[in-house]
Each structure stands twice: as C-alpha cells, then as structure tokens.
Design a protein around this ligand. Structure first.
Ligand SMILES: NC(=O)C1=CN([C@@H]2O[C@H](COP(=O)(O)OP(=O)(O)OC[C@H]3O[C@@H](n4cnc5c(N)ncnc54)[C@H](O)[C@@H]3O)[C@@H](O)[C@H]2O)C=CC1
Ligand SMILES: CCCCCC(=O)CC\C=C/C=C/C=C/[C@@H](O)[C@@H](O)CCCC(=O)O
Length: 111
C-alpha cells in the first residue's frame, strides 16, 4: 500500500521466486528458492518514509504508513532470522512464501 512501485517490485520477486523454484524442481538444480515476507521490521528502511526524496509523490501518504505501523507494530529482526532458519532447515519447502506478522506470527501464503 502507499508505495506502488515498491509494492510492484515485491510482487515481481514473488513471481520470480515461485517460477524459479518450479524450474529448479523440474531441472533438478539441487537448490530450493523461497520468499520471506515480513510485516514492518525494526530496521533503517522504516525511516525512509520520513524523507520526501525516497517517497516522491507518495510522501503525502506517509501518515497513513505511520498509522499502519502503529496499528500492526514492528517486528524485531531476530524474529525474521528465526523464520529464515526455518526456511533453511525444512527441506520440503520450495517456492514457499513465508509471511511473518505481529498478529499471525510465522505462516505461509498459499496461492
Ligand atoms: N524493514 C521492513 O519493515 C521490511 C523490509 N522488507 C524488505 O527486506 C529487505 C531488507 O530490508 P531492511 O533490512 O529492512 O532494509 P535496510 O535499509 O536496513 O537494509 C537494506 C540494505 O540493502 C543495501 N542495499 C541497497 N541497495 C543496494 C544495492 N543496489 N546493492 C546492494 N545492496 C544494496 C543497503 O546498503 C542496506 O544495507 C528489503 O528488500 C526490504 O524491502 C520487507 C518487509 C518489511
Ligand atoms: C520506497 C521505500 C518504501 C518504504 C516502505 C517501507 O517503509 C517498508 C515497508 C515494509 C513492509 C510493509 C508492510 C506492511 C504491512 C501492512 O500493510 C499489513 O499488511 C501488515 C499486516 C500485519 C498483520 O496482519 O499483523
């Protein structure tokens, strides 16, 4: 929401992930490809919403993003690291989309 180009790029990453995962399975590449999609995480990127040069025309919506952050909270990076380890350790996962949010914790999006 609020940042259409950013959001479009993330959707592209998911399509790329799922397509490459299937290619890897069919081609026996020997690698698994998964995506990890967290809600807000406590890193430097969250500060970009305070800078007009980052958001351009969408800077006007920054209060909306701040409100989402207030409503949903901010995850600590260690929670994301735990999810990442789960993706590494579970050999059955390929083309998976792991979401991590404050309300639902670690869960998977099924398409
Ligand atoms: N922090 C958050 O709330 C969330 C972040 N993400 C995504 O997670 C990923 C990591 O983000 P954060 O660690 O939060 O951001 P961050 O701003 O803390 O770190 C991003 C890192 O990418 C590096 N970087 C930027 N452009 C680069 C380039 N062209 N080549 C190589 N490195 C480059 C920066 O130097 C920086 O170290 C990003 O793709 C972000 O969109 C996804 C969901 C939530
Ligand atoms: C051009 C820079 C854009 C900067 C964008 C950011 O600030 C980073 C945004 C990262 C993640 C955004 C997540 C948003 C999630 C919410 O819309 C909502 O879907 C979260 C739901 C959480 C829950 O159900 O608990």
């Amino acid at each position: 929401a609020h940042c259409p180009v950013y959001t479009a790029s993330k959707h592209g990453v998911l399509g790329f992930t799922r397509s490459l995962a299937e290619a890897s399975r069919l081609g026996n590449y020997g690698i698994r490809i998964n995506a990890l999609c967290p809600s807000f995480v406590n890193t430097a990127i969250l500060d970009t919403i305070n800078h007009e040069e980052n958001l351009g025309n969408f800077y006007q919506f920054k209060d909306g993003v701040k409100n989402l952050i207030k409503v949903f909270g901010v995850l600590e990076p260690s929670v994301i690291a735990d999810g990442f380890v789960q993706l590494l350790e579970d050999d059955s996962l390929n083309g998976a989309v792991m979401k991590i949010t404050t309300t639902k914790g670690v869960h998977f999006e099924n398409y």
